[in-house]
Ligand binder design. Structure first.
Ligand SMILES: Cc1ncc(COP(=O)(O)O)c(C=O)c1O
Length: 474
């Protein structure tokens, strides 16, 4: 496929499957009204009251399916169809949906009359803070928020306060939330972003309207796995922070090359910027200490969300005490405001404590099982690709994987956008939904295995993938 064709395809797919990159309103026509009549009914109702009919517009995909229940590895739609779920609501459910241990902890705080006291500290938040600080090397102290976006926003503000600088570096192909500093340069079509530049930077390509132009000048986007471009930006601007996912998990699984994360650490020390690792997707899913621990790097600040509370709205901002203490700086002009009515609400706090306790149990049996299932999925997919003579690779970290239709694992967004067969990816995902397997129907979205998945689930999934791929590619 030519570059131009691929770009056209990317553009058209973006409008259908990835509203984060699209300016088009969410929703639209209901393509599968025939297959999902009850879902269509709900969408028709919801569209009257919600723009596009769905909250969080990155959930707006075709086919439009309304889900009603989740348990373990499965979700059910309003028609009564059951799906093996690999979407996991954009990745939080590492233990599976409605994990009984976590549910019990939540029920218990409700039964005991815990409330959002909002008048001072609580024992519960202290317990969660200690649990994280004792298990995560990068977290000497922590604060709690509700969402990953709030936490990355606070991390960047803290970095600016501490360094007295304004510029930040983000990754092309990374996602760090919806706020002004980071809502940019995700799955940018190559015809918009242009060819790879290194050393150099890309223009700020917003994924949201309404970001002030003056603000955009403070944000510098560089390729992942490209240390030279970080140096380039640092030589030109006073950089307060670099924020990066340690693995780009919003464009599948794009892993850091050997030495890359350590190289970022060195550059942070040299140029005195704050190194923020966004572990909202990687943290807890790949290990208790986050991917940073696996890679042997210690960032200045780290952000967790998603899997930390197995589906409850909890985010964690942690890091070096000397930085975190700026939230209570004795000089008011230096103090960074961290506030939030619902921060450390007892329900997500109890859920996070229970999730971490569960992850620590029985010698890390959760991680052992999902790694085994992940390996099974990977080798099964590789075998299918070989049998069918398909150009395909599996990128995987533990329970998280992505099947790319290209001949090597991508090293950055440009590599992926230029080589991956997006159309085949989407076709396969749509076909699997018809077979009761839910891969999110947007190309290159990461798939997540949970502790609740079984060997039979993986085997059935592989069988169906083989059947559908054979039918698609002939
Ligand atoms: C790496 C990363 N950072 C930050 C966020 C934002 O988190 P939230 O959606 O909870 O605001 C996401 C969400 O997908 C993410 O994947």
């Amino acid at each position: 496929m030519t570059m131009q064709k691929n770009n056209e395809l990317l553009d058209s797919l973006a409008s259908v499957t990835d509203p984060q990159t699209s300016q088009k309103p969410a929703g639209g026509t209901t393509a599968d009204a025939h297959a999902y009549p009850k879902s269509s009914e709900v969408f028709r109702h919801n569209r009257r009251f919600i723009p596009g009919g769905v909250v969080s517009v990155n959930r707006a995909v075709q086919p439009e399916i309304v889900f009603t229940k989740g348990k373990g590895a499965y979700i059910w739609d309003v028609e009564g169809n059951r799906y093996i779920d690999y979407h996991a609501a954009f990745a939080p459910h590492l233990l599976g949906h409605n994990d009984p241990y976590v549910t019990d902890a939540v029920m218990s705080v409700l039964r005991e009359g815990d409330s959002l006291y909002g008048a001072g500290t609580t024992q519960l938040e202290g317990k969660l803070a200690e649990l994280i600080c004792r298990n995560v090397p990068a977290a000497e102290s922590v604060q709690f928020l509700n969402t990953g976006s709030e936490a990355t926003c606070q991390a960047i503000r803290l970095a600016r306060a501490v360094t007295q600088r304004d510029h930040i570096i983000v990754m092309q192909g990374g996602y760090n939330g919806w706020h002004n500093d980071v809502a940019c340069n995700l799955m940018t079509p190559l015809e918009v972003i242009g060819p790879r530049v290194s050393p150099g930077e890309y223009p700020f390509i917003p994924i949201s309207a309404g970001i002030p132009r003056e603000h955009q000048k403070l944000v510098h986007s560089v390729n992942f796995n490209d240390l030279q471009s970080v140096e380039y930006v640092c030589e030109k601007y006073p950089v307060a922070a670099l924020i990066a996912e340690p693995i780009l998990q919003n464009i599948g699984i794009v892993k850091p090359e050997a030495g890359y994360l350590k190289g970022l650490r060195k550059l942070a020390d040299h140029y005195k910027f704050v190194f923020i690792l966004d572990e909202v997707k990687t943290g807890f899913r790949h290990g208790i200490g986050g991917y940073a621990k696996i890679a042997g790097v210690v960032p200045d600040l780290v952000v967790f969300g998603k899997a930390v509370a197995n589906g409850y709205p909890m985010a964690v901002l942690g890091g070096k005490k000397a930085l975190m203490d700026w939230f209570v700086h004795p000089e008011p002009s230096k103090r960074v405001l961290l506030a939030g009515t619902y921060n450390a609400h007892p329900i997500p706090t109890a859920a996070a404590i229970a999730t971490i306790e569960r992850l620590l149990m029985n010698n890390g049996e959760v991680y052992q099982k999902v790694e085994r299932l992940g390996q099974k999925m990977q080798s099964g997919l590789e075998k299918i690709a070989a049998t069918l003579g398909l150009k395909a690779v599996v990128a995987r970290q533990g329970s998280a994987f992505c099947l790319y239709f290209m001949d090597h694992c991508p090293k950055d967004w440009h590599d992926l956008a230029a080589h991956h067969n997006f159309a085949l990816d989407l076709k396969l995902r749509l076909a699997l939904i018809g077979s009761g397997i839910y891969f999110f129907p947007a190309a290159v979205k990461q798939c997540s295995i949970s502790f609740a998945h079984s060997d039979e689930d993986i085997a059935f999934t592989l069988d169906q993938i083989q059947i559908h791929l054979r039918a698609i590619v002939g």
